[in-house]
Write a protein that binds this ligand. Structure first.
Ligand code: IPE
Ligand code: IPE
Ligand code: MG
Length: 246
């Protein structure tokens, strides 16, 4: 079983749109690639903090379905960086009882990277601490389309009654099956948009936007976001009074 949050106000599931690497690098007269490299330190910092806080699931947007539109050279550097980081960090993931899951259509990635991703998933599969989900070639719309396809196939095979399709069935067919809904969605880099991230799972997420560029987002910045979350009143359709009584 995953660790329970230490306090009620700790989100179970935090998702982060890690944006601003390119601008961080450009501001320093460096290549965009240098920004992506620097961003890996921020990943380490948020993973460590999430572990310490007893957060159950952390989902990081590393590569979107739309990022294929970038120059080939940048895409290929991102793949190299994935591979190197996975090789380097797998030990630490195990030492910290972290389970890694890659969510997204990885079939489009270089084979070596696909293999490494599957290996690291297997190597960490028995860990029961933080559930770290890396969204790679992920899009919220893609996820829903593949979920609908799976359910349609079950209907076509006579295994599923269309009347039995409900929100739970769709959620179970999502690549995030088993993970709690997003409680806190953070976007760094100043843009005020979701960019096709976890559309279904963020239905009731608290949104936190910060101008801080991803490579500057450290443990302290993450703590500030968590404090902000802790002060929000989550009503889920109820009145403020009802929530206070409960
Ligand atoms: C986010 O940083 C990283 C990825 C999308 C892979 P960007 O590369 O989008 O940085 P900006 O938005 O250009 O600054
Ligand atoms: C979103 O960042 C995707 C990731 C962080 C991986 P982008 O920089 O690609 O988002 P847009 O296209 O500016 O919305
Ligand atoms: Mg960007």
């Amino acid at each position: 079983m995953p660790k329970q949050p230490i306090s009620q106000n700790i989100p179970k599931h935090v998702a982060i749109i890690m944006d601003g690497n390119g601008r961080w690098a450009q501001a320093r007269g460096k290549s965009r690639t240098a920004g992506h490299r620097a961003g890996v330190d921020s990943v380490r910092a948020v993973v460590e903090t999430a572990t310490q806080k007893g957060i159950q699931a952390l989902t990081l947007f590393a590569f979107s379905s739309e990022n294929w539109r970038r120059p080939k050279s940048e895409v290929s550097v991102l793949f190299d960086l994935f591979l190197i980081t996975l090789q380097r960090e797998v030990r630490k993931l195990c030492d910290n009882n972290i389970r890694l899951r890659i969510i997204g259509d990885i079939s489009a990635f270089p084979e070596k990277l696909q293999r490494r991703m599957s290996e690291v998933e297997q190597e960490t599969a028995n860990n029961n601490g933080l559930w770290l989900q890396i969204a790679a070639n992920y899009g919220g719309r893609w996820d829903m389309a593949q979920a609908a396809r799976q359910l349609a196939e079950q209907v076509a095979q006579g295994k599923l009654d269309p009347q039995a399709i409900d929100e739970q069935k769709l959620a179970e067919a999502s690549v995030l099956a088993g993970s709690p809904d997003v409680d806190l969605l953070i976007r760094t880099g100043g843009e005020l948009r979701i960019s096709n991230f976890l559309l279904w799972h963020s239905a009731y997420a608290e949104l936190y936007f910060t101008p801080t560029l991803w490579p500057d987002f450290d443990a302290q910045a993450f703590n500030v976001a968590l404090l902000d979350f802790a002060q929000r009143q989550r009503r889920f359709g109820k009145t403020g009074e009802q929530v206070q009584v409960a």
